[in-house]
Every structure is written in C-alpha cells, then in structure tokens.
Design a protein around this ligand. Structure first.
Ligand SMILES: Nc1ncnc2c1ncn2[C@@H]1O[C@H](COP(=O)(O)OP(=O)(O)OP(=O)(O)O)[C@@H](O)[C@H]1O
Ligand SMILES: [Mg+2]
Length: 374
C-alpha cells in the first residue's frame, strides 16, 4: 500500500519510521529538500504544500493521503477526495481546524466546553469587546508554536493587538495545561490515550517538558478523556487528534485547541505505550483495529531546542552522558542546521513514576545541549 503525506517534518518522519514495520510505502511532499522525511521516504517531492496541483499529483496514485502539518492545499486534498482517494483527516475538517474562529464556533455549536470568546476582523473591533478583558488574542489563521497569540491583559495593552481577523478568548487564570490524544477509524472505533501534562518554557513559548500520567485526580482524567472522545465523535474525523485542554481553578476542563495529526504531546507514546500515536494514526487511516493505549510505564519528554547563541551545523553536546542513563531515548530529527529555539529533536525518559521520570528528564535537559561547533 502507498501512503501519501503532505508535509515532510519530524512528525511525518516518525510516522514513516513506524509504518516501515508494516512494509508500507511512503510518498512525501515538502518544499525543503532537506526536510526530515527526505532521508527515509520512498519518494520525496519538493514542492509548495499549498500548490493544489502538486498535492493532487502526489496523492493521485496513493491508497490513502494524510498530512503532518495543517498548512497544506485543501483544494488539492478535496480534488483527491472527489476522485475517490481516501484523505484523512478529511479536508473539510482540516479547513475548520485551520481557522481558530471556526474551531471555537464548532465547540460552541456542539456544547463542548471552551473559554468564552468573540471574533474580530481587525484591531479597531477589539475596542467593542473590552468587557471580555483580560483576553488572549489569537490570529484565526497562520499561528503556530505560540506565534500568532498575544495577551491583552488590560486596556493599556491594546496597542499590542494584532490587526488581523482573530479570536478574543477569555483569559483562563492559572490554568493547568493538559493534552489528550484520541483517534477514530472509519468504522467509528474511538480510543484515547492517558492524559499528558504540559509545562511551558515562558521564554520560547514552547513545551518545556511533558509528563504522563498527568498529576491529576481520576475525575479530571476521565473528564478530559471523555471530552476528547466526544469531540472526535462529533467531528466524525478519521485519524489521530491532539486535544489541548485547560483545567480552570474550579477543576473544569475546557478545550483550548486541537491539531488533527500526531503531536508533540504524544512523542512519549513511542516507548511508553503499547501503541504509539504514530501507529494509532496509521491504524485509524487504514481502518485497522485501534491499538491498546495503556501506559506501560511513566514517561517524561523534553524537546531538544537549539541553544541560544548557536547557529550552524548541529552538535549534540552531552549525548554520551545522557544515554548512559537507563530509560533515556533520544530522537534526533535529522535537521542539519541548528538555530536558537529550533526543534531539533526530543528525548523520552521512562521511569516508575511521573515524578521520577521528571527528575530524570530535568537531569537530561541539563546535560544535553544542541550547539554548533562553528
Ligand atoms: N485563554 C487563555 N488563557 C490563558 N492562557 C492561554 C489562553 N489561550 C492560550 N493560552 C496560552 O498560550 C499558549 C498558546 O496558545 P495556543 O495553544 O492557542 O496557540 P498556538 O500558537 O497554536 O500554540 P502551539 O502551536 O504552541 O500549540 C497556550 O498553551 C497557553 O499557555
Ligand atoms: Mg497550542
């Protein structure tokens, strides 16, 4: 079977690494000739992901087409779907998710809990919603990794507002941030993974580390998983869905945002679960039985980000010390050049409890640095 992937980054690469175990063939499209997938795909086409014709041509001879990034030509995917090719996640769902305004409206229309919000077209319209302050302003399209979100804490901060179509979302004070990976196959079978707890690096606004099981009570755990399962059922999406959640001060679980693909918050599943998020995505899009999602052991994950002050060929300083520890699994994404805060890889750390895994992960984080020798 031939599987087409639009996007050639690290998520696609880990998806292929798993899929090779089943003897499948992978065809990938990405503009960067040195994208992480280029080293392991059966066919690698260098083209713009938003080029409808190129997307169509990549997918037309495939059995199933999927994505590893949301910013792709929906038009190209819709043409493939119209020709009878299976495209998962379905293009109309991608279209909805790509626009944070439509996403929020979907939650509201389906009575799914999410922070209150208003939609604005530009900076001037922000003035009409001062009663919502403090808010997080989120550009409806084009944001990623915290770019495209800006806090507007009070009237004094309105000059920081984006002058673009955006969502004004009520501030969730002291929110605990969780993620749940959930997937659904075409037969409608649904399975969620144990909840993951996210901790952010305030400076880079990227996940600093994550840990699973999350250090929460059974009530929040089951609320979060149930919410993710309800959401994917209501969307009738096929594939893996990452659901980012907030728990507010009253213990209520709210949906923050979703990503219809394998996600940073699911990397640990490669070593920690019977079924990884990549395997589950594959099972979903091929309509195979979904795998067991139980955590075999606690896990923590750290991103390997390029150190500040280094730009050039990447060197992983301290790797020898890190892998001398038990249960330390580095994943280097194959990007030749490092620059400050660039995601170069991740490390999953296994241990008996979440606390032990976190302590070990912090130790690994201190010993392992992505630098450049030149
Ligand atoms: N309503 C809110 N209240 C408080 N904090 C928020 C709110 N919305 C977002 N944040 C903070 O900003 C972060 C980024 O927001 P969001 O996930 O919507 O944007 P993003 O750019 O798509 O992020 P990423 O790609 O990193 O997941 C959240 O993880 C959270 O820490
Ligand atoms: Mg997010």
């Amino acid at each position: 079977m031939k599987i087409g992937i639009i996007g050639g980054g690290q998520l696609g690469r880990m998806f292929i690494q798993n899929g090779l175990n089943y003897g499948l063939e992978f065809h990938v499209l990405d503009p960067d000739p040195e994208a992480p997938c280029s080293q392991i795909a059966h066919q690698f086409v260098c083209a713009d992901r938003n080029d409808a014709e190129a997307v169509y041509n990549l997918g037309k001879d495939c059995d199933v087409v999927t994505i590893e990034i949301e910013n792709v030509s929906i038009e190209g995917l819709k043409r493939l779907e119209a020709d009878g090719i299976k495209v998962y996640p379905q293009p109309h769902i991608l279209e909805m998710i790509r626009d944070k305004g439509l996403q929020k409206q979907f939650y509201r229309d389906n009575n799914l809990p999410t922070a209150d919000f208003a939609l604005v077209e530009n900076k001037v319209e922000v003035q009409e919603h001062l009663h919502l302050l403090p808010v997080m302003q989120k550009m409806r399209v084009g944001g990623y990794d915290g770019k495209g979100v800006t806090p507007l804490k009070s009237k004094d901060h309105l000059s920081d507002a984006f002058d673009a179509p955006s969502v004004l979302e009520s501030w969730v004070e002291d929110a605990l941030e969780l993620a749940v990976l959930v997937s659904r196959n075409a037969d409608g079978e649904i399975k969620s993974f144990p909840v993951v707890e996210l901790v952010f690096n305030p400076e880079a606004n990227l996940v600093d580390y994550l840990v699973s099981p999350a250090r929460i009570g059974v009530e929040v755990e089951s609320q979060a998983r149930q919410l993710a399962e309800d959401l994917i059922a209501k969307m009738e999406m096929v594939g893996l869905l990452a659901v980012e959640l907030f728990v507010d001060k009253t213990g209520k679980v709210l949906i923050n945002e979703i990503a219809p693909r394998p996600h940073n918050s699911g990397h640990h599943t490669i070593e920690a679960c019977f079924t990884s998020q990549y395997d589950q995505h594959l099972r979903s899009i091929l309509n195979w039985p979904l795998g067991n999602t139980v955590l075999r052991t606690a896990a923590a994950m750290i991103n390997l980000l390029g150190e500040k002050g280094f730009e050039g060929p990447a060197f992983y300083d301290g790797m020898d010390h890190a892998i001398a520890e038990t249960g330390v699994f580095p994943h280097i994404y194959g990007k030749a050049l490092t620059k400050p805060h660039r995601k170069m890889g991740h490390v999953t750390v296994l241990d008996n409890t979440a606390e032990d895994a976190l302590v070990k992960a912090q130790r690994v984080k201190e010993m392992l640095k992505v630098v450049s020798k030149v």
